[in-house]
Each structure stands twice: as C-alpha cells, then as structure tokens.
Design a binder for this molecule. Structure first.
Ligand SMILES: NC(=O)c1ccc[n+]([C@@H]2O[C@H](COP(=O)([O-])OP(=O)(O)OC[C@H]3O[C@@H](n4cnc5c(N)ncnc54)[C@H](OP(=O)(O)O)[C@@H]3O)[C@@H](O)[C@H]2O)c1
Length: 258
C-alpha cells in the first residue's frame, strides 16, 4: 500500500521489506537511518526493541508499551504506535460515527490486538466498554490497568458475551480464521442496530460477519484497520493527509485473492 501512496504523492522513495533477526535489530535501525531512510515500520518480534531504541517515544506508544513506526528526523529516532489510531480511523470510517459515541464489546480483549483496542476505546472515551476473554485473568488485569484513564463503572467483564447493552462489537480473537471455526456469540443475540467489526481480513467473511449480515447488522472486516495503521504511519513520515484511495487500491491489489 505504501508504494502506490508514494507514487500518488510524487515522492521519489520506495517502501522495502527487510528481514532482520532480533539480535541485529539495533544495528539494522541505525544502518537504515544512516542510509538516509525516512523511517521504518516494524512488526513482531521487534516492537518492544523499537520502543527501547527510540530517542523520543510519543505518550500514546508508551502507553501501549510497543512501537511499530520509527521516524528518523534531525539525527533523532522518534517512536510511535499506529495500531490503536488505525483501528479508530477504520471504525469511524466503516460505521460513520465517532468511537466515543459507541458502547463497545471486545471479544478477545486479553490478546495483543484486543488490549490495544480496549486502550484505544478507553482513550477515545467510548460510552461503555465490555471486555470478554476466554482466559479471565487477562481482562481483570486490563480492567485494573484502565482504571487510571477510564471510569471503572463503565467497564464490564463478561465470560459469555452478551451484546444486549452494546452497539459496536469488535472481534479481536483469532477465531474465524480457520474453516469450521465457531461463532463466538450465543445464537440470536445480534440485532440490526449492531455494528460488527472483525479484525480478521483473511478470510474476508468470518462466521461472525456472516451472522451479523444475516441479522441485518452492519459488518466490516479488518482490512480497513490494516490500511489505516499504514495511512497513520505514512502521515508520520510525510505529513498529512495520506493518499488513502491510492493506498487502499494498492492494498486490495496485493491481496492473494485479487
Ligand atoms: N486487521 C489488522 O490490522 C489486525 C491487526 C492485529 C491483529 N489482527 C487479528 O487479530 C487477531 C488476534 O491477534 P493478536 O495478535 O491479538 O493475537 P493474540 O495476542 O494471540 O490473542 C489471541 C486472542 O484470541 C483468543 N482466542 C484464541 N483462540 C480462542 C478460542 N478458541 N476461543 C476464544 N478465544 C480465543 C485469545 O484468548 P486467550 O487470552 O484466552 O488465549 C486472545 O484473546 C488475529 O486474527 C489477527 O490476525 C488484525
């Protein structure tokens, strides 16, 4: 998605992929900077090391505890995290309402992506936050962690998801990626008023999204989250606004099914 974005902005630059072993990470980052690169994205297993190598980490990335975007500027390394902001942009684009207006239920809130989603929803000031996770103690720890920045009486922990008092449901589990995966919600609980976002984008239609559409609810897969963590990174490197349409086309064209 980045190369079509660079072309759309007439920038004489290229986005390239480097495979780096953890023990080589610091040397690779410094080599990239010295070679005149604008910045890098990094993914598992480098996100913690990226936080440590940055001279300055934005408060948001520090809150998440991991960095996925580095910017090289004026001889310094700046660390950011675009996962949470990317999710917020995606949700607001897909469902046309500010995240703050939603009562959110997160399936898999104890996983990495679910925790990031919960922090983003709390920071956006969503109306209510219901956390569901197979392993209960992870959401108990998360709820305690959120207490500093979000009213505890607006957080609900559930073992069996009940979306009765919510309007936005986010699947942050990996359930739905494999054929035959179950629906994580009890049957019949989805209604037309629900917005359902599945972070999974491959396959594009999970049992949860199919159930949402069958119930007349609005439904979207995680491709827009992937796109917008990229548009947020692009803006950190080159300034806003990112060429979203060109990046979206590039992303769609890169998918194996297209
Ligand atoms: N669209 C995007 O840009 C984007 C970005 C990041 C992640 N994702 C997707 O988000 C999903 C989660 O990724 P992650 O990195 O957060 O993984 P993770 O840290 O391994 O977390 C996995 C989550 O799924 C839950 N889970 C797994 N199997 C389950 C089952 N059979 N029943 C109920 N819950 C189950 C886990 O519960 P326990 O805690 O009980 O194990 C945990 O909450 C993946 O599908 C990933 O592809 C998408």
């Amino acid at each position: 998605m980045h190369n079509p974005g660079l072309q759309a902005r007439h920038l004489d630059a290229q986005y390239v992929r480097l495979h780096v072993h953890p023990e080589e990470f610091a040397a690779a980052v410094h080599a990239c900077r010295e070679a005149g690169m604008v910045g890098i994205n990094c993914t598992i297993p480098h996100k913690r090391a990226a936080l440590e190598i940055a001279d300055t980490v934005d408060p948001h990335a520090r809150r998440f505890g991991v960095v996925n975007t580095l910017v090289f500027r004026e001889g310094r390394i700046f660390g950011h995290n675009t996962d949470g902001p990317g999710l917020q942009r995606a949700l607001e684009e897909e469902f046309g309402a500010p995240l703050a207006s939603h009562r959110v239920l997160i399936l898999g809130a104890g996983g990495g992506a679910g925790r990031a989603a919960a922090i983003q929803c709390a920071q956006a000031g969503c109306a209510r936050l219901t956390l569901v996770n197979r392993t209960r103690d992870k959401i108990e720890r998360l709820a305690a962690e959120l207490a500093d920045e979000y009213p505890a009486d607006r957080v609900i922990l559930q073992d069996v998801p009940d979306p009765g008092e919510t309007d936005l449901i986010i699947n942050a589990t990996s359930v739905g990626m494999n054929p035959g995966d179950p629906l994580l919600l009890p049957p019949g609980v989805l209604e037309t008023r629900h917005c359902v976002y599945d972070m999974i984008y491959s396959p594009p239609e999970t049992p949860l999204l199919a159930a949402a559409r069958a119930a007349g609810a609005r439904a979207a897969n995680g491709l827009s989250m992937l796109l917008h963590q990229g548009t947020a990174a692009f803006e950190l490197w080159f300034g806003p606004p990112a060429p979203v349409d060109a990046m979206r086309r590039g992303l769609l064209e890169s998918l194996p099914s297209s």
